[in-house]
Each structure stands twice: as C-alpha cells, then as structure tokens.
Design a protein. Structure first.
Length: 106
C-alpha cells in the first residue's frame, strides 16, 4: 500500500536506533524516508542508516514530540500534532528538523 501524501513519504516521522548504533529516518509508514511502499523493509538491506555525532540524551529530548527522554525511537510528531494541521504544529516540527539537520555523521 503506497502513501500519496508528500509529508508522509518524504519527511521524517521518527528516527530509530539500530543495533550497530546507527540511526534510520523513517516516514509515517515506518519505511526509510522516500520509500513509498507497503512492503516489509529490512533496514539493514539498504544504505539508509547513519551513525550520528551529538545524538545524546539532550538532543533526543529536543527531537521528541513529547519532550521526554527516549533511547531507541524518537517521534518528531504524533497524530495530535501533524505538522500540516496548524501553524503551531508546523513551527514545532520545523524546529525539530533544524536540530536533526544540524547533526553530522560520525
């Protein structure tokens, strides 16, 4: 089942830590950003993960939609604050993207 919404396919919904310490940016369908498929995806079979410098507890908390301590999966937004639902939700999401986009590979 493909998604027809640009936000849901091409923008990060969450980031997930992998066993090797790298991170994958996932879209709303829990596929790597840009994957528009309903098929099961094994992240390790694709070059979609990245080890990141500076992604400690403080950064993860800034990225979290609930501003809470998270370790392995961080949601940038949830169904009650979809970025396209209001100017405030979009502003919050863009601030999280700003933090995420400043991270460098390790």
């Amino acid at each position: 089942m493909a998604i027809e919404n640009v936000r849901a396919v091409y923008f990060p919904y969450c980031i997930e830590k992998q066993e090797d310490g790298s991170w994958v940016l996932l879209n709303r369908n829990y596929k790597p950003v840009g994957f528009n498929t309903g098929d099961f995806i094994r992240y390790e079979e694709y070059p979609v993960s990245m080890k990141l410098k500076g992604i400690g507890p403080a950064t993860l908390k800034k990225l979290s939609d609930k501003n809470e301590d998270i370790e392995d999966r961080v949601y940038l937004y949830n169904d009650s604050c979809v970025p396209t639902s209001s100017a405030q939700a979009m502003s919050s999401y863009l601030k999280k993207l700003e933090v995420l986009l400043k991270l460098q590979s390790a």
